[in-house]
Design a protein around this ligand. Structure first.
Ligand SMILES: Nc1nc2c(ncn2[C@@H]2O[C@H](COP(=O)(O)OP(=O)(O)OP(=O)(O)O)[C@@H](O)[C@H]2O)c(=O)[nH]1
Ligand SMILES: [Mg+2]
Length: 310
């Protein structure tokens, strides 16, 4: 029990650290907006403005305000402070639909995870963080250097594998990423790994040949006997609403099963989490908050909202 509390507190502390910028700027304003404020149209208008400018997005903002207004009516609420509490509950309720309970790892057999996303969003760093997390959970992890586009990308992943003391499958720069992935799946099966995480080169969603290449990698994983693999999209939180457009294209190409949102430490607009959840309805797996191995928190709705408004 003590350990459980400690783990929970540590997680909250991490989330608090991650969301400091968001909390201190826009979301902080929400808290003070409700303090002693009459419940009138001006309050709803100001709330709408704050939410939209925090990257919550129009769809999620309108839905949230409607839900809060309904609760204010049905619960006969008259105090601003109570509205604030109701709003937090409604955000938790919306976000609860986007939580995944057990990450990427299956209970038995090999879990294959294909990491995709635009250039520089944090794919390779996130792979290292996830590998670190799964290793701590006692899983046998192997990496595939599927970004053969740049020699430095292969080296970057090799350095992480060395640091983490885990296996990696890589080919020469310029090699076919499909061949790397095929070899990696075979190696993972024959060596009895639990999780294989595949790095891929960053790509613009508008480059159709590169999106085709991802589809091909997807098919190769299936051909190697891994039909149920996951495609995880990495999104940079600082790019705001543009992330939503990227997500739509990557979903069309490879069927994104989960999202990791990175660089939340670098933005004051944590509201993007709500926009992603509401508009894309894709589960949010982890939040990334820095360049160190431990800077990754599993996404949990209540902890997230508590940290955002703490
Ligand atoms: N502040 C911060 N920086 C991050 C985070 N995740 C990654 N970075 C940094 O972002 C930069 C790009 O990270 P990579 O992991 O190389 O990104 P990538 O998506 O693999 O990039 P490409 O392979 O070039 O497409 C590096 O300097 C990372 O240290 C994060 O959560 N917060
Ligand atoms: Mg990379």
């Amino acid at each position: 029990m003590l350990l459980k509390n400690w783990v929970r507190r540590t997680k909250l502390f991490n989330l608090g650290k991650i969301l400091r910028k968001s909390r201190e700027s826009l979301f902080g304003k929400v808290k003070s907006l409700f303090k002693g404020h009459k419940i009138d149209d001006e309050l709803w208008d100001e709330l709408e403005q704050i939410l939209v400018s925090s990257d919550v997005g129009i769809t999620a903002t309108v839905e949230l305000i409607d839900r809060v207004k309904d609760r204010v009516k049905s619960d006969n609420i008259r105090e601003g402070d109570q509205v604030f509490a109701v709003m937090k509950e409604e955000i938790v309720s919306i976000l609860s639909g986007c939580v995944v309970s057990n990450g990427v790892a299956k209970k038995e057999g090999l879990s294959v995870v294909l990491m995709v996303g635009a250039n520089g969003v944090g794919k390779t760093t996130t792979i290292a963080k996830m590998a670190h997390l799964y290793k701590k959970q006692g899983k046998k992890v192997i990496l595939a250097a599927g970004d053969t586009f740049r020699a430095a990308a292969i080296d970057q992943l090799k350095i992480w594998a060395e640091r983490l003391k885990i296996d990696i499958v890589s080919h020469q720069p310029g090699a076919d990423p499909g061949a790397v992935v095929f070899d990696a799946v075979q190696a993972a099966i024959s060596r009895g790994h639990d999780v294989l995480i595949v790095d891929t080169a960053g790509r613009l969603h508008t480059k159709s040949n590169l999106m085709e290449e991802l589809k091909k990698i997807n098919r190769i994983i299936a051909k190697a006997g891994q039909d149920e693999h996951q495609s995880v999209l990495v999104l940079d939180a600082t790019t705001g609403q543009n992330g939503l457009i990227q997500a739509k294209h990557f979903t069309e190409a490879v069927g994104v099963s989960g999202i990791v949102l990175t660089k939340l430490d670098g933005t004051a607009k944590g509201g993007i989490v709500l926009a992603i959840c509401r508009e894309l309805k894709i589960p949010i797996m982890y939040l990334g908050s820095g360049q160190e191995l431990d800077d990754l928190a599993p996404f949990e709705a209540k902890d997230f909202v508590d940290a955002l408004f703490a």
